[in-house]
Design a binder for this molecule. Sequence first.
Ligand SMILES: Cc1cc2nc3c(=O)[nH]c(=O)nc-3n(C[C@H](O)[C@H](O)[C@H](O)COP(=O)(O)O)c2cc1C
Length: 334
Amino acid sequence: MVDLTVDYLGMTLRSPLVASASPATADVDGLRRLEDAGCAAVVLPSLFEEEIEHYALEVDRILMTGADSHTEAHSYFPDLYEYYTGPERYLDLVERAKRAVSIPVIPSLNGVTTGWWTEFARHLQDAGADAIELNEYVVAADPNLSSASVEERYLDLVREVEATVDIPFAVKIGPFFSSFGNMAGQLVAAGADGLVLFNRFFQPDIDLDTLSVEPHLTLSDSEDLRLPLRWIALLRRRIEASLAASSGIHTVEDVLKALLAGADVTMMASALLRHGADHIQGVERALVGWLEDHGYTSVRLLQGSVCADAAADPSAYERANYLQTLRSYSSDRI
Ligand SMILES: Cc1cc2nc3c(=O)[nH]c(=O)nc-3n(C[C@H](O)[C@H](O)[C@H](O)COP(=O)(O)O)c2cc1C
């Protein structure tokens, strides 16, 4: 009997197969299907900073309309925070999810600035969240912003969430930093218990008929795993944090590669949207088969065994790999 259990954010999960934030985790029926298929934990779709602030502004507007006609009424208004409706639906989803499934439920907050909205993290904790995923999705479009100030913004937000909740939280980020390894270490030093690598940036497209900029969502394929694979391998044993592989996890081979590189868990979104929740079951069966065939009694024995600090050729994860890749092309084709 192969032991599939892994540790992630201080929790012991039944396997490394986790559903990441997507429409597949957006309702309780979907969550039940995922649990039935063997999913080890679920990350809910994000609640956005903008949604929280929008509702607060709306509530503020309604309350202030009342306040104009009854000047003394001001002092009777309860905390603005109590009036949310949109974010309340999100809290309701967390509570219903907790009642519906017994696997860990990880709500996701998505934002870029510090501010009172991060108080919402505590409400998620109170609603029963087992952990939180903080998605910092920043497109640093302003050429006047230095990398250092953008990075400081990331770190401030992590510090704020760290000060707000007692449950563990992971930070989900993109790879676009000059010194990603250093940034990863700083995020952990600021309080992140784990890193989810990586956010998938959906790049806009231009519609040639309307000449407008269009959002362009494509699902991933296994090729997209290469970037997380490299960085997980480089960070494993170098930072003290849980590592989740997100982007390009579709098949058992993808799962195995991410685990060998050093991932604690592997997260799927596109694969579940394409094939449905039962896909998890097939991947788990294949994972057990592969581990048995290769003489592994547990996932833990495999994890990180090909990370940069354990690989026979650690430079394969660095610049040397670039040279080899270019050379392998010419010798193949000429
Ligand atoms: C339709 C769709 C909706 C998503 N919504 C969210 C979201 O709300 N929050 C989030 O952090 N990631 C979201 N993601 C990103 C996924 O969680 C995941 O990180 C990304 O798709 C890469 O994983 P994959 O290769 O398994 O798709 C979404 C992805 C898709 C395809």
